[in-house]
Design a protein around this ligand. Structure first.
Ligand SMILES: [Zn+2]
Ligand SMILES: [Zn+2]
Length: 283
């Protein structure tokens, strides 16, 4: 786990200095610490989601997506304990009471947080300290630094959160069953938590170098991985050139993508061009 304690000490030292530039720096360090806490939850869930599946990079959104798709417990406080004595395989516990009767040894604690609140705090630190305030009148002095009292209040709030998170000594991954699929393109194993799969969910290959991605469909027989592809006609032989959808989706305007037809070897150039949308008037 990342050492939040040393980050707290650094921010406290900046607050003790009291100059407005140190307060501003303390706000920046607080933002970094929030990002560290949030991205570490993604790291723990890595393998059940991937960087290329992230819809947004903001720390709150990253954790929210991890909770929805990879580890429902990523932002929850919990204590992890194991029984002091091994379970007798010939006489396994049958009920909750049987389990409760065991003597447990605490292994560690994960500290959760309110995802929305951490997002608000991350934004408010920036709003109070990390921008030159937009002038509201002609008399504005365009001060580079924000209001020291406001900055200190936000940083104090961030420190309260960091001290709480620093009490934790472990991060867990989701305990539920998982499903897996071997990538058709590179053979890497793609895993997802079974209870967090929803119809239409897109799972990218676990290898960041691979452009394959799959749309997940829940059926009676389980979860199906449908390869996401884009099809283009070959000018040479008229057959179809198949490309991973992500390759075509990642194209910028006028960027050229060269694809070779597997049948005739003709090289096709695929270019993303804007087109004029003509709307017919409703009569
Ligand atoms: Zn792959
Ligand atoms: Zn061809």
């Amino acid at each position: 786990m990342k050492d939040i304690g040393s980050r707290i000490e650094k921010i406290e030292a900046l607050l003790a200095d009291s100059s407005v530039s140190s307060l501003t720096y303390a706000a920046l360090e607080s933002r970094f610490t929030i990002e560290l806490i949030c991205y570490e939850r993604l790291m723990t869930a890595y393998g059940y989601t991937s960087y290329s599946d992230l819809r947004k990079w903001q720390p709150k959104d990253v954790v929210q997506q991890v909770v929805q798709e990879a580890n429902e417990l990523a932002a929850t406080s919990l204590k992890f304990s194991i029984s002091a004595t091994p379970v007798d395989p010939n006489k396994p516990p049958q009920s909750v009471t049987d389990y409760e009767n065991f003597e447990y040894v605490e292994v560690g604690t994960q500290i959760g947080f309110d995802v929305k609140e951490i997002g608000k705090l991350w934004n408010s630190l920036s709003g109070a300290a990390l921008h030159v305030q937009t002038p509201k009148s002609k008399d504005s002095d365009l001060s580079v630094y924000g209001d020291p009292v406001k900055i200190r209040t936000k940083v104090d709030k961030a420190l309260d959160l960091f001290r709480k998170v620093a009490e934790g000594n472990l991060l867990t991954s989701s305990p539920g069953p998982e499903i897996s699929y071997k990538c058709d393109g590179c053979g890497a194993t793609i895993k997802r938590k079974q209870n967090l799969v929803c119809n239409g969910m897109v799972a990218s290959c676990s290898s960041e170098a691979c452009k394959e991605s799959y749309v997940l469909t829940i059926s009676e027989s389980g979860v199906e991985f449908g390869r996401r592809q884009k099809l283009f006609p070959c000018d040479g032989c008229g057959k179809t050139i198949v490309l991973p959808a992500k390759l075509a989706e990642g194209l910028r305007l006028d960027q050229i993508l060269t694809a070779e037809c597997e049948d005739c070897g003709e090289k096709a150039e695929i270019v993303l061009r804007p087109c004029k949308v003509v709307r017919s008037k409703k009569t």
